[in-house]
Design a protein around this ligand. Structure first.
Ligand SMILES: Nc1ncnc2c1ncn2[C@@H]1O[C@H](COP(=O)(O)OP(=O)(O)OP(=O)(O)O)[C@@H](O)[C@H]1O
Length: 535
């Protein structure tokens, strides 16, 4: 019973819950008479409302009601937006060098040896959805039919990896497996048709290969294999994190002229760091292995301390076009060598601090590859909910996940021109990839939104839905003070406030350009050298 002008007097009457009308205290029915009197804090209605709203989104950690409250098997806690801006999900709506430096500094303090490999994929049911390649990978696979947003997600992957860690601790290598400008998504929006090239201004990117020139492709494959060898020799018996965890007396002190033999006692021979790449421009349009590092750091020291062994993430678009190149495609003669180098990463990369992130539009061509088999993180891009997909495509992504009636889709592999016949795919292999037949891209009742997907971690067969963050959208117009009115169900009262729909500036710079510029300035002021180009 609450009394007083602002209801601060509280009398607890201990009742027995019996029928109404029996004797009680102060007219309380069903009470036995025992009372406790307390004085409660006076709070204003506004305070109470704020408190209630703050509590409303909280859910029991484990509860029988998990399903109702959006536990892992239940409905999403927050409905996914139709589109998401990567910079918002990163908390970098105004990407500034200072905000990036703060992030990198936090990473240096908190992260286990070897540095961060964190990527924000986009908006998930409980806020930004993040994957950690170091802890949950080491490798990731993105499956999706044409136009579902694979290239854009790879770009966002690269951008958010870069936002999380300094360029001297994280290096990115980009491969456009089908050549830039191919694919159904090549026609619209900023960066359309450019493949991963739009990411080359990120200071973390050392090398960008477009798989159209056999000579450069072979050079690339050889250089990548040499890099793995260099790392294996440098690390000896240790793994990447252990190596970084050990004291490095020459770190940053003498520019690496001491090969660190003492600190790596017991380690194998220490090999020279990669030489910086040449500074010649790419000889032709189709031959696009850019020497980015040399262009950006003209005048920088030619080598870096040997102890600077960054984590390396190799991001590959159109992996299927490398595995089964089309007849007559210019890169076809050398595609096998690139695939073999990538597969060496899939096999040995974990210990060497090298990660592989591949996107495939044709799981029937890539399901049997080591790169796909070793991908512990799997992303299926498909706009429709799982229950709206044909049975043979609604496949649990992870090999250890229970399988459904899924074997029909890829029961046989087409043999591509020039390829030896391949063995009949086992049912298990056919469930390794997550995507769908080409027809699955069309949702009933309209086009699916690109970027809608589901992340499958090793221990999560059901997967987590998300809307991929877009990073090549134009910087949105600045916010106005106009109120936004949105209908809200009462069950959603505790959700974070709805965001105003984005209105992009027609021809302004893209978010990616904004972020890359801020990253470059941050890298410069942090004196964070990046790896030399691979070739
Ligand atoms: N997360 C996203 N949000 C909004 N639009 C997106 C998103 N991802 C992709 N798009 C748009 O969808 C179209 C196709 O995207 P993208 O090229 O990344 O698809 P894709 O799966 O790589 O296609 P393809 O296999 O044909 O190369 C592009 O116009 C792109 O701008």
């Amino acid at each position: 019973m609450l009394s007083g002008d602002v209801a601060t007097g509280l009398q607890i009457v201990h009742g027995d819950g019996v029928a109404p009308g029996t004797s009680g205290v102060n007219g309380i029915t069903g009470a036995t008479g025992a009372t406790t009197t307390v004085t409660v804090d006076a709070v204003s209605a506004a305070w109470a409302e704020r408190f209630a709203r703050a509590l409303a989104p909280l859910r029991p950690a484990t509860s029988a009601q998990d399903g109702a409250f959006g536990g892992s098997d239940g409905p999403p806690t927050v409905p996914l937006p139709d589109s998401a801006r990567l910079l918002d999900e990163l908390g970098l709506a105004r990407a500034t060098p200072a905000s990036l430096l703060a992030r990198w500094a936090a990473a240096a303090d908190e992260v286990p040896a070897g540095g961060r490999a964190l990527a924000v994929l986009g908006a998930g049911p409980r806020g930004p959805l993040t994957v950690d390649l170091a802890a949950e990978g080491p490798h990731a696979l993105i499956d999706g039919t044409a136009g579902t947003g694979k290239t854009e997600l790879l770009r966002s992957f690269a951008a958010s990896l870069a936002a999380a860690e300094r360029p001297d601790r994280l290096e990115l290598i980009l491969v456009d497996g089908a050549g830039a400008g191919s694919g159904a998504g090549a026609g619209a929006g900023a960066g359309a048709g450019e493949g991963l090239r739009v990411c080359t201004d990120l200071p973390h990117v050392s090398t960008h290969l477009v798989a159209t020139d056999p000579v450069r492709m072979r050079e690339f494959a050889q250089a990548l294999s040499s890099e793995l060898k260099r790392r294996a020799e440098l690390l000896g018996q240790q793994d990447f994190a252990t190596w970084h965890d050990r004291p490095h007396p020459d770190d940053g002190e003498n520019g690496g002229d001491n090969d660190g033999a003492a600190r790596t006692a017991g380690a194998a021979r220490v090999v020279a760091p990669r030489p910086p790449g040449d500074i010649d421009p790419p000889p032709s349009d189709t031959l696009r292995t850019l020497n980015l590092r040399a262009q950006r750091t003209a005048g920088a020291p030619a080598t870096r301390p040997r102890s600077l062994l960054p984590r390396l993430v190799v991001i590959v678009d159109d992996f299927d076009a490398l595995v089964a190149p089309a007849l007559g495609s210019p890169g076809r003669p050398a595609a096998g060598s690139v695939v073999r180098a990538l597969e060496a990463i899939a096999r040995d990369g974990a210990r060497l601090g090298v990660h592989l992130v591949v996107a495939s539009g044709r799981p029937d061509r890539t399901a049997d590859t080591v790169a796909v088999e070793r991908a512990a993180l799997r992303i299926a891009l498909d706009a429709r909910p799982l229950d709206a997909r044909p049975l043979n495509t609604a496949t649990p992504a992870h090999p250890t996940a229970p399988t459904q009636a899924t074997h029909a889709t890829h029961a046989t592999h087409p043999t591509h021109p020039g390829e030896p016949p391949r063995p009949h795919t086992s049912p298990a292999a056919s469930t390794r990839s997550v995507t769908t037949t080409p027809a699955a891209a069309a949702a009933p009742g309209g086009d699916p939104a690109p970027g809608r997907g589901r992340l499958f971690r090793a221990d999560d067969a059901a997967g987590t839905p998300f809307q991929a963050g877009r990073v090549t959208g134009r910087i949105p117009r600045t916010a106005t003070q106009r109120p936004t009115v949105v209908p809200l169900e009462w069950r959603r009262m505790g959700d974070p406030p709805a965001r105003r729909p984005l209105r992009e500036l027609g021809n302004g710079p893209t978010d990616l350009a904004l972020l890359a510029s801020a990253l470059q300035r941050a890298a410069q002021s942090a004196d964070a050298p990046t790896a030399p180009a691979l070739i």
